[in-house]
Design a protein around this ligand. Structure first.
Ligand code: SF4
Length: 322
């Protein structure tokens, strides 16, 4: 069956193999963030509704999960704010009742968490990844450009309440924009709010690719490290691609060759194709690697009997050899 609401699975830096679920159409959101990589919000609203029919999502999930290797996470995300879908609780229930081993992640801007009804619908998810980019009204309005009636105080209160009510992991993401929320005052406010919310992890991010507004400036790794130290070194991860660890991985993967590089690429290919057969082009995309480089590695792995392949309508698919 072809899927309209599911996407991936993709190999995510934070979630491993993640099967995405679109809960709202492009681009229904409660915010119109200046850094949004999805594009400008065309439907800025806060009313919840079944913007995508829940039965359609459930039918696709049932088909996918019954016929494919299990992903590390089923992730509610997509092109807007997933909690706007009033049927999200029904989808959570369906997964928890029928596919007990699957883990659920939710990527959210947290704008609707002040609603106790929503909190009760998602209380059983395994991981929530909410955003909090600012605490002062001015900076919050400048960065997130929310729908009327969504206050930053309510967002913080919602996060605190959810943290108390749910046992799910919480990784709070803070998107840093140079010259906007990286000043001492805003960082102090963020530090206080984070301490009240008490997430498991705080993840600092910054611009990786073109966002909605061209004026949004990237933050250097040194700056992110300074901010991490200011917030709380024990809990903060730098997840922007400017981070050394990630930069090194990408550099390794794209460099010509050494035994270590080769092993790294092979491990990541195996991790991907043992869950789902992929074409060379898909692997290049998922692994963020040059296509010619992937082709060379795949050819060698196939010759050595590590991979097998089959020609299909969409191209040659590779899988882990039995
Ligand atoms: S909340 Fe997320 S989807 Fe909505 S505008 Fe901001 S970054 Fe984009």
């Amino acid at each position: 069956m072809s899927y309209k609401y599911l996407f991936g699975p993709v190999l995510s830096r934070r979630l491993g193999v993640s099967l995405g679920v679109d809960m709202v159409p492009h681009k229904y959101c409660t915010m119109n963030c200046i850094y949004c990589e999805v594009g400008k919000t065309t439907n800025l609203l806060k009313e919840r509704d079944e913007y995508i029919p829940v039965q359609g999502i459930i039918t696709e999930l049932k088909d996918y999960l019954s016929n494919n290797p299990e992903p590390d996470y089923i992730t509610f995300s997509g092109a807007g704010e997933p909690t706007l879908n009033s049927g999200i609780g029904e989808v959570v229930r369906f997964i928890k009742d029928n596919f007990t081993r699957e883990k659920i992640a939710l990527i959210t801007n947290a704008s609707l968490l002040s609603d106790p009804q929503l909190r009760s619908e998602i209380v059983d998810i395994d991981l929530i990844m909410p955003s909090l980019d600012a605490v002062s009204d001015d900076v919050y309005n400048l960065i997130n450009r929310p729908c009327t009636g969504i206050s930053i105080d309510d967002i913080i209160e919602g996060l605190i309440s959810f943290r108390k009510e749910s046992e799910s992991q919480m990784w709070l993401e803070v998107f840093i924009i140079s010259g906007v929320n990286d000043n001492e005052d805003e960082l102090s406010l963020l530090k206080k709010a984070i301490s009240k919310i008490n997430p498991d992890r705080v993840q600092l991010n910054s611009l990786d690719r073109p966002g909605t507004e061209s004026s949004v400036n990237k933050v250097t790794l040194e700056e992110l490290e300074r901010i991490a130290a200011k917030l709380d070194t024990n809990k903060v991860d730098i997840i922007s691609r400017t981070a050394k660890s990630i930069k090194n991985v990408d550099k390794k993967i794209n460099s010509e060759t050494s035994d270590e590089d080769q092993a790294l690429i092979e491990t990541r290919i195996i991790a991907t194709v043992s869950r789902r057969p992929c074409t060379a082009e898909e692997l290049a995309l998922i692994l963020n690697c040059r296509s010619e480089r992937i082709q060379k590695v795949i050819a060698k792995m196939e010759k050595n009997g590590v991979l097998s392949s089959a020609e299909k309508e969409r191209g040659r698919f590779y899988r882990k050899a039995k």
